[in-house]
Design a protein around this ligand. Sequence first.
Ligand code: T1G
Length: 690
Amino acid sequence: MSNFVSVANENGVAVVTIDNPPVNALSFNVRKPLHEALMALRDDPATKAIVIACAGRTFVAGADITEFGKPVEQPELRAIIALLETIAKPTIAAIHGTALGGGLELALGCHFRIADRGARLGLPEVKLGLLPGGGGTVRLPRLVGAAKALDMIVSGTPIPAGEAEAAGLVDAVFDDDLLARTVRFAGEMADRSGPLVPVRDRNGRLAETDPAFFDAQAAGLAKKARGLDAPLACAEAVRNAITLPFDEALAAERQLFAKLVSGDQSRAQRHLFFAEREAAKVPGKDLQKRGIARVGIVGAGTMGGGIAMALANGGFPVTLLETSAEALRRGLATIEKNYAVSVGRGSLSEEAKQQRLDLFRGSTDYADLGDCDLIIEAVFEDMAVKKEVFGRLDTVAKPGAILATNTSYLDVNAIAASTSRPQDVLGMHFFSPANVMKLLEIVRAEKTAPDALATVADLARRIGKVAVVVGVCHGFVGNRMLAARGAENEFLLLEGATPGQVDKAFTDFGWPMGPFQMGDLAGLDIGWRNRKARGQTAAIADTLCEQGRFGQKTGRGWYRYESGSREPIADPDVEALIRAKAADRGIAPRAIGAEEIIERTLYPLVNEGAKILEEGIAARASDIDVVWVNGYGFPVGKGGPMFWAGLEGAAKIVERLEHRHAKTGRAIFEPAPLLRRFAETGRWEVGDAR
Ligand code: T1G
């Protein structure tokens, strides 16, 4: 056959094996020989049944995403599935690892699906700004019912084999010997009489759900979609499955897919798919990773506790160190309470909670960190305190242990220099709440050894984090750019915008919330403390803090909050304060539109990103996109600030920055040379994801 598809015959059962590492994507090189093999087997009298299986660690994980946006080479996936449905002998998919997207659609083209106990099945296309384009929106509802299908397709979240069996998606689940037992199953199916009904002709479950249910679902989705087209298209396609004849619904799916795949949102989300995978790669051939069997955490406060939970959730035993028994007790109690909340919500079983708590060992003695392979410091954000802690870790940690600081700002080189082993020191900047937020900035200090970086990047993947390796500068990538994005906030207010108008410009852009509402959520006192520590001021924000307006936690900040509510309410006192500050500066208010707000906040964000690339703090423009999408809520449909700059038009960004720079003289508006070159070439002239 071909390197990618082989056929073996076992007593009349043909086993078609796809072998396209690493994830058996349905590239053209697979589709063509697969189509040919199925054609031949359909007409081969010696073949009484066909099993489709995959070599390697997983069944087909989807269409080949790298082929999107390029001319489609025939045969397409849907032609292969249409061929499958004409085969008048049992066809069975043997699923191990993951059956995702086009892979599950291929399996839906078979009469039967058999899964390994550990398999996961799903249609995650919505996460790429797409919808299933190989008939998944029309065939899946016929097996699992429209409501379940809608949930699977709009969430894009795969389900485990057991749940798939219960839902009617798979016909059997085997704990071992998947292929051998599937071949036996195939033989039995071939020998039994009775009609073989392709999924396309199984309409029984469609009647379960009335279209009205969909309209309600679709309405709810629209709100949650925050401007993303794919979730709504998914709902429309599944609705078609229950209201239109099969072929019409299939044609409609095709049209919806064609529109999405050529759109900017899907391009942005596909960019992020590859960007996330590139970001965690540490340059250096075959770097040996160090073994991590136990992790130590210094500090059981909000960050330390969250980091400890993230590691326990990943199955790592944790030693949690605090300065006193009382502080330790408090830290462990908070962790237990957080797990209890998850059990209460049904997102964690009581048994799993206990398993995780059993991974914790508390201590107030540094010596108990002696058997840890990685120690993460999460103490008060003060250089002297950090150096004191690292000095002690240097004496107790075993040789080869990695010493990490969770600082958000401080100089990791200086912290490393306070030890005799700077090659083992790096930053692990988690985002709060650390057991929830996906982003992890891994900070590479001057002397950090590549294998230490590679070890921590691998650990991040194992605890479900999206890791980005960054260099040392104040605020690293995320917080440094956040400062540039926020530098104009007070000027915008003084010149006439309200906190509500600025925040609305951001939510209309696709952010979950704007800077002022975010400030109130995080607590205005944190920024106030940092400004004071750095001798900086913010006229309006400082006054709010002096008045005890720290945000949601005090019920008043930039907005007012009814007790127990997180709903921001515009506060005339704040607007009066802003007007007074403006009057003090002789600034007359004027109308400021959303376009100007975006220009004065997101253009400097992109510009600062360009400076960060110039300085080599980030290795790729796409790394910056991964940081901002996973750590700061930048809308996925826009691909991150550096990708968005291409959509917005870099020449326009440069022209507007120059205009503002000439008008204000503020450094954040002076276009970075790399941004100018991006405007000329359309490419960020440093590495970039595919
Ligand atoms: N196409 C091309 N490359 C892919 C790929 C794909 N579908 N999936 C993974 N890769 C590459 C990836 O870039 C990486 O490359 C390597 O494989 C290992 O991946 C018609 C429209 C399967 C759960 O969305 O979710 O089908 O960095 O690091 O952590 O309806 O990969 O090594 O060079 O992620 O073990 C739908 C995408 C496609 C699933 C494995 N399918 N993949 O995770 O490995 S659209 C998906 C994943 C579609 C049809 C439609 C994960 C995984 P490199 P990895 P992993």
